[in-house]
Design a protein around this ligand. Structure first.
Ligand code: RM4
Ligand code: MN
Ligand code: MN
Length: 396
């Protein structure tokens, strides 16, 4: 391989880290049923153990995202225990996800609920989540709302927007100076007529209304099929409003498929926009890269290892685009040269360079093979099988 290619790949990998979701290790399913895995994590401790295993083998997943309702059964009082798990398994708590959708009270929404008592309850849960984040040294509190309505005329859309602004402002006031709140959007599901934060524009306006520490979170699965996600990314970057990603792939809706399994070029283009912005502006984009996938057919740890290695490949490929050459071609409107700058980078096989990089870090060259040889899966399957015969966690 060309020397400068592996230098570029090495430099890119040094900066690339990606957060794992705790809920990706638990049993989940679809609305049609659940296929239970004997090895699935049944406790927060087991989720930390599994995330720790993925980090051990890949070296690039130092944090695990937590969902408050599923991972902090004692609320704020769960934090001491979580710190212990973190120390034991070598992964730190990452973003904290308040859970504003699962309780019965949230049937008609959380921050958008017409009942003030429910809105206040949602706000209290948010305050607790911010406190949990503070105690765990987590920077990001990551909001996804299931709020919306199923039938025309049943919700006052403008009023609900106002309630959202007020609640997010109130939450923002509770942030410590170094914390951020990330606002995620989704066009449909579970609501099927209107979603209160349906797209990046709504998330952007609400984040701006909330305050300077609020940024937009782009979940790659939360767009209509033809949408140009890298353009959204470019606009958010230019507005200094891109806070992070939830990565997953999709073919139809919010499918939660393995990152890059359907359209790896899409992820490459997203990474390219970020790197091009950084090159042009001389600024380092402050972006939290996170995985948001719950697999119910693939083995959970294997799916995460696959995701992480795919993320590294696509990030490394994006680092091979020559920004100067691209900028010159764009200025001259040399369409073919500009397009080929991306295509050539995407076509380069970066796997040998990534293996060398892993080797230089004392990591296994092939994390998947190392996992299969480690005996970890056999051990947890034995340990957890009995618990999983009657334990099914919620869909994520
Ligand atoms: C949503 C969204 C959120 C996740 C929930 C459970 O579709 O992607 O990020 O927390 O699912
Ligand atoms: Mn998400
Ligand atoms: Mn989703």
């Amino acid at each position: 391989m060309h020397a400068s290619t592996s230098d570029k790949v090495f430099a890119a990998l040094e900066t690339f880290r990606i957060e794992l979701p705790s809920w990706g290790f638990a049993n989940t399913g679809t609305r049609f049923g659940k296929f239970i895995q004997a090895a699935a994590a049944t406790t927060t401790e087991e989720k930390f153990s599994d995330a720790g295993q993925v980090h051990l083998l890949t070296g690039v997943c130092p944090t695990v995202a937590l969902h408050v309702l599923w991972d902090c059964p004692k609320g704020i009082d769960s934090t001491d225990e979580i710190k212990k798990f973190s120390g034991r398994f070598g992964v730190a708590p990452g973003s904290i996800n308040p859970n504003l959708f699962q309780d019965q009270e949230y049937k008609y929404g959380s921050f958008g609920n017409p009942d003030i008592a429910v809105r206040q309850r949602a706000l209290q849960h948010t305050r607790d989540s911010i406190e949990i984040a503070r105690r765990l040294n987590s920077r990001d509190i990551s909001f996804w709302f299931a709020d919306g309505s199923n039938y025309p005329g049943t919700a006052n859309i403008r009023q609900r927007k106002k309630w959202f602004e007020e609640a997010l402002q109130e939450a923002h006031r509770k942030l410590s100076p170094d914390q951020r709140m990330l606002v995620e959007y989704k066009p449909f599901e579970p609501a099927f007529y209107h979603t209160d934060i349906a797209d990046w524009g709504m998330a952007l306006l609400l984040s701006r209304a909330a305050g300077p520490q609020a940024k937009v979170l782009v979940d790659t699965g939360h767009h209509y099929a033809a949408q140009n996600i890298e353009q959204i990314v470019a606009w958010l970057l230019s507005e200094n409003m891109l806070g992070g990603f939830h990565f997953n792939d999709r073919r139809y809706a919010d499918d939660d498929l393995t990152m890059g399994s359907i359209d790896p070029y899409q992820v490459f283009r997203i990474f390219h926009e970020i790197r091009f912005f950084e090159w042009e502006s001389g600024r380092c984009a402050d972006i939290a890269y996170m995985v948001d996938q719950s697999h119910n057919l693939k083995g959970k740890l294997e799916a995460m290892i696959q995701t992480v290695t795919m993320a590294q490949q696509l990030f490394a490929k994006a680092a091979l685009v020559d920004p100067e050459k691209l900028a010159t071609a764009q200025k001259k409107c040399d369409l073919v040269i500009a397009e080929v700058a991306l295509q050539d980078a995407f076509a380069t096989d970066v796997r040998p360079a990534i293996q060398e990089w892993r080797d230089s870090k004392g990591l296994p060259k092939d994390p998947m093979q190392a996992f299969r040889e480690s005996g970890y899966l056999e051990r947890i399957t034995k340990e957890r099988a009995a618990k999983n015969s009657h334990n099914v966690s919620s869909y994520a």
